[in-house]
Design a protein around this ligand. Sequence first.
Ligand code: C2E
Ligand code: MG
Ligand code: MG
Ligand code: MG
Length: 299
Amino acid sequence: WAKAEGRGRWAVYDPERSAADIARSALAAGLPAALDRGEFVLHYQPIVSLLDGSMTAVEALVRWQHPELGLIGPDRFIGLAEETGLIVRLGAWVLRQACRDAEGWRRAFPGTGLVVSVNLAARQADDPAIVETVAEALQHTGLPAELLQLELTESAVMGAAGEPLRSLRQLAGLGVRLAIDDFGTGYSNLAYLRRLPIHSLKLAGPFVEGIRADGPDVADHRDERIVDALVRLAHALELWVTAEAVETELQAERLRALRCDTGQGRFFGAPMPAAHIRARLAARPGPVVDAAAVDGNAG
Ligand code: C2E
Ligand code: MG
Ligand code: MG
Ligand code: MG
């Protein structure tokens, strides 16, 4: 170990670290060409009403279909795309593709009102062209603005200046919905909640994870009480609440009892290709048929 260049600057030989760095740079270097070659795909995860089980929205989650490495999750490349700035172009592609898919579902299944929810990275939300990019995606695909939701984390909402991003009002002005993603994990500045045109809060997975039947660490049901408080806060501000990472029936039941509006997670369905969402829409229960009328017709 050699601390050669003064405080905080290490000149160390660490073969493992450099191997990981090399893999990271290789992945980062491959991103622009991957976008040009169409190697990114969107999967969609159902967001389900806890009241009646209907699918009210889907969240678009990007994956990289890498020719050698297989399907790569966003946790491995979104950060890289943010660092290199490619997120702006990749994000524009995601927006356009998500709107195109949602418009396809709307046309095939009119009246379902299925919302598509798209994640915006901080760097994307901060881009001067974001309002134009969103407006263009809507215009080009024909998707009504109210069927698009944009998810921003607390830190993305608060720009670098510590002030809520100015673009948020303009985005809301387009008629799209805004949601705070992973709510409760950022350095919450609750003041922004009453000042911004936000439509819903997505409660971060770890709180939901803490809703379990037993175990010494959950004996006081602390996470459940946090969820209870956050749902009340959201409703007091007239916001909708979605619980993330719902994995068990118990969690779904407890969340429903706590008046949480919608849930998302493996219990309701993992992220899936667009065709599977279409199949779900096709299989959904139709309008309730009046049994007496059916009997009458049958004679
Ligand atoms: P997120 O927006 O909070 O998305 C939810 C993540 O939770 C997804 O991971 C989803 O697959 C995962 N998840 C689903 N069901 C469960 C469950 O039952 N339990 C648990 N523990 N997790 C569940 P994924 O797809 O790997 O995405 C990770 C993150 O990558 C997203 O977190 C989002 O911040 C980012 N991301 C994904 N797609 C995009 C995109 O198109 N643009 C941007 N800017 N970021 C994206
Ligand atoms: Mg993942
Ligand atoms: Mg999200
Ligand atoms: Mg989230």
